[in-house]
Design a protein around this ligand. Sequence first.
Ligand code: C2E
Ligand code: MG
Ligand code: MG
Ligand code: MG
Length: 282
Amino acid sequence: EIKAKDRGLTARYRPSMLERSQQQAAIEGDLRQAIINNELSMVYQPIVDVNTHTVVSMEALIRWKHPEKGFIPPDQFIPIAESSGIMILLGRWIINQVAIDCQFLKGTELEGVRVAINISRIQFVDDSFSDYLQSCLVEQFPKNQKLTLEVTESTLHNDAEHSVNTVKELLDENIQFALDDFGTGYSSFISLKEFHVDNVKIDRSFISRCDEVKDDETLVKAIIEMAHTMGFSVTAEGVENEAQLMKLQELKCDFIQGYFFSKPLPIEQVIKQGSWYGEKLS
Ligand code: C2E
Ligand code: MG
Ligand code: MG
Ligand code: MG
């Protein structure tokens, strides 16, 4: 009787788990093909100075147009790449593609602008990461290209010791570190100091109502003040309207990123938009 019950349970559970792992395996296989078949591309979202409304940097974000399934968001396939062992390969593709795209900035208003690349924990703790990045900077990127490496709190907490050393090896006037999605994890400002973080990016979930909800405003204000005290600059992620921008300016946030100024776009379109975004303001 118990056995029959067990069988019933497994019969109910198995299909969905199997389906999920099959789906995961399918995406993993497709992703390997995607790298070879040119289905991947990078888009760039400007990060704008809150006072001058000019571009200070731009964040590179990956896009995958699957031949049958259409666009698959990075939130879906990056975790699969990370758990399947192809993140190192994908991460290298990303760095190479960003280097190619940066060449188009030469002779434009955006020449020399800093470019931010999201670096997965998997890449960051790989022994060859810093050497690889260094060689790309020398051989592929425009000379003296300034980069920001965006990492999340989990990167700073796992394999911390090795990560710290990698960070130190990489430290160069042209390379900065930004802590992405700040507020969603557990890092203290003290721990950020030892990881040489230069910039803190406040997660969109705190920004979306900072102009309407007093508690959110108070929290954002506290993060900005504490970050400044520690010597970090602050970027607000996901700014979608002018009211949020005004509030963030009042709270002394340094940099603004979000649909209000621009969605992430292919490099040619970002170049076409130029470096001044003041006209978006009423
Ligand atoms: P993230 O690094 O925090 O990137 C910000 C995300 O917010 C991007 O989503 C961007 O398109 C979106 N966003 C920007 N402004 C707004 C706004 O005003 N409103 C809303 N609703 N969304 C906004 P995306 O491109 O889908 O990327 C999602 C996440 O996937 C990224 O979060 C990052 O964690 C990861 N990711 C994307 N590209 C890469 C990559 O090249 N390498 C790695 N390792 N991860 C990546
Ligand atoms: Mg990011
Ligand atoms: Mg983020
Ligand atoms: Mg994120």
